[in-house]
Design a protein around this ligand. Sequence first.
Ligand code: FAD
Length: 388
Amino acid sequence: ERTTVVVVGAGVAGLTVANLVHRNGIGCVVLERHDRAHVEGRQRAGVIDHAAEQVYLRAGLDDLLAGARRSGTLEFRVDGVPRRFDAAAHADGRVGRLIPQQLLVRRLISTFVDGGGDLRFAAHDVALHDIDGDRPHVTYRDADGVPRRLDADFLAGCDGFHGVSRASIPPDALTTYRHADEVGWFTVLTDSPPPALPLLALSPHGFAAHFGRGPAAGRFYLQCRPGEDLAAWTDDRVWRQLRLRLADEDLVAGPIVAKAVIDARSFVVDPMAHGRLFLVGDAAHIVPPLGGKGMNLAIADAGVLARALSAAVHDDDPGPLREYSATCLRRVWHDQEFSRWLGEVVFHGSDPATAGPFRWRLARARLDRLFTSPAAARAFAESTAGPT
Ligand code: FAD
């Protein structure tokens, strides 16, 4: 069997590439390891930034974002005192929109499939072959266990951090950058009312954040020790700590539907391509979740790749594909820096015992500048909006 592009992985990255190239008249097959219910049920991110929104609007995929509210203000609650940051005012109105990741994924799947796209769930043992030759191909076992082969011109490796695509590239062809946080992260998903504004709370008890995930659900983050034992966090302890850190005695509790200690790694591979294989999203880079950039980088990469594939296929111009990695990495490193900066402000600025008094004062000074320097506020707001 032959197609033009094989996309490995049906997360936000793969589904965005697939929708964009399919709408552009380029043949494409998506191979996803899990079944549809599993893929549609994974709850992670909740905001698409302005740059990501533009990727969909430019492609005429406005319906993907139907009903998604704009998100232009966020609250830093510092030792219980609210400081509202008006991102919209500092970024010429360029703000993101609130949409739970699994809702976006569900809509990307139905848009692609209803438009005649070829998406194969439960594709096992995906293996990539001849990625640096002219005729790459992919083998896998289909949902019935039958071995299959797909020949293609291009491969899009969109299978996340643990996928097979990056692992198919000879290690000496890649430079890998890693950085581990010195604090731990603990996150809970709850069926409880979302906050009025996305909320980042600095408190001497440790950092906590509260973000909405739809009309009746929330995601909380709590700073914890690295390698923290999940068993130590009973539901009761979670709610007590949240009330303390958010300085909100009246915080409405609800069922906790998921708890996880997050491995808050920063990771980048360079280049994001090898031969005819192009890595997209988490397959190529991981940013800590607090900056809200992981899903948005995946969408940004997908937009760059789809344009480059169009130039290669329709205009016989391989230039943009050659530039794919460099184009994406410029933004990736910017967002690494932004996510780290924000992490340091909220973690170090929360708990002087962990940060030490000097870094604690530095972090508080960095935060203060957002509210006293229009230039600093603009730089922050531009980073939250994503590049134009
Ligand atoms: P994924 O979503 O991981 O998709 C990869 C797909 O490939 C999956 O469907 C997987 O099943 C499939 N796959 C894997 N291996 C194979 C294989 N061998 N063969 C076939 N298919 C395969 N980002 C934000 O922007 N904002 C946030 O607030 C935010 N919060 C987060 C909270 C949590 C708890 C987590 C874990 C992440 C968060 N992120 C956030 C990050 C964001 O979810 C990811 O960056 C995003 O999912 C990346 O999309 P992706 O398509 O690259 O990878």
